[in-house]
Design a protein around this ligand. Structure first.
Ligand SMILES: [Fe+2]
Length: 285
């Protein structure tokens, strides 16, 4: 089958056809997909009727798969982005897991609170929303290139802190246990990073985890993260993905941020995610 790659937005996002994730992938196809990923940052694979096991196997072409501490009972590598519990019951927005998921409505990059943040994520839309639930992505290379001088001065050579515990403060989700805190202490990452594959510089922030900026007090830190996020969130840097059932999206967490739009909580939305473990620390540019 011929593999085709077609851009969906000038900034980022491309559709890849001619791949069946249930089948083994040869070296040439893997190279083609990897190159398209580095070029377009977000790949959309339509019509992938995959099981969780096939999802994990496909993900392993690109690296090791993260096992999240709050994982599905069924397949340890699958992170549930879902408002339906394992018994098929619709969960209320006030439930802890839903509060935590609601943080994904704010711009972030996955697992940035780890010393080696995630390289990328693959999200499989199983039951998709028609009332919202659009996943939006920003090309942070372009954002860095276009940063106004005042913001550029503030981020060059600086680090920001990323703390998993921030989620609890911003969306009122369950406070991390002492064990979780010990396993995930806050980490400092450069705000301008160099991509290990493309060599390009990008802005690296994650507003749901950033609780401090080096050399700034709390108010100034929060103000800077808000200003940077607002500058980044311009349509010219953004691809908005409107889901179809069995789309699989694959994005690069090193040079993009994403956020989902709200949707009617009475509508079921079930998505399964794998997360690729990062191979190296964040390198300052
Ligand atoms: Fe996310």
């Amino acid at each position: 089958m011929t593999v085709t790659v077609k851009a969906r937005h000038p900034a980022l996002g491309a559709e890849v056809r001619g791949i069946d994730m249930r089948l083994p992938m040869d070296a040439e196809t893997l190279r083609l997909v990897s190159d398209a990923w580095m070029k377009h940052l977000v790949l959309v694979f339509p019509d992938q009727h995959i099981t969780d096991r096939e999802h994990v196997t496909f993900t392993r072409h690109f690296g090791d798969v993260e096992i999240f501490h709050q994982t599905s009972d069924r397949v340890a590598e699958i992170f549930l982005v879902s408002n339906v519990d394992e018994e098929g019951r619709l969960m209320r927005p006030s439930e802890p897991s839903q509060k935590q998921l609601s943080s994904s409505q704010q711009w972030h990059t996955d697992s940035s609170y780890r010393p080696l943040p995630s390289m990328g994520s693959l999200l499989h839309g199983i039951e998709i929303s028609r009332t919202g639930g659009i996943t939006q992505f920003i090309n942070m290379y372009l954002v860095y290139d276009d940063l106004p001088e005042s913001l550029r001065r503030d981020v060059e050579g600086r680090r920001a802190r990323h703390d998993f515990g921030m989620l609890h403060r911003i969306v009122g989700s369950t406070k991390p246990t002492a064990e979780e805190q010990a396993a995930m202490p806050p980490v400092w990452h450069p705000m301008v990073r160099r991509h290990p594959v493309t060599g390009r510089k990008s802005l690296y922030i994650s507003s749901i985890y950033n609780d401090a900026v080096e050399g700034m007090d709390e108010t100034a830190s929060a103000g800077l993260i808000a200003d940077l996020t607002a500058f980044a969130a311009q349509p010219k840097y953004m691809y908005r993905h409107e889901w179809e059932p069995d789309d699989v999206l694959m994005w690069d967490n090193r040079c993009t941020v994403h956020a989902v739009t709200p949707h009617d909580p009475n509508e079921r939305r079930v998505m399964h995610r794998t997360t690729i473990v990062g191979r190296e620390p964040v390198t300052a540019a």
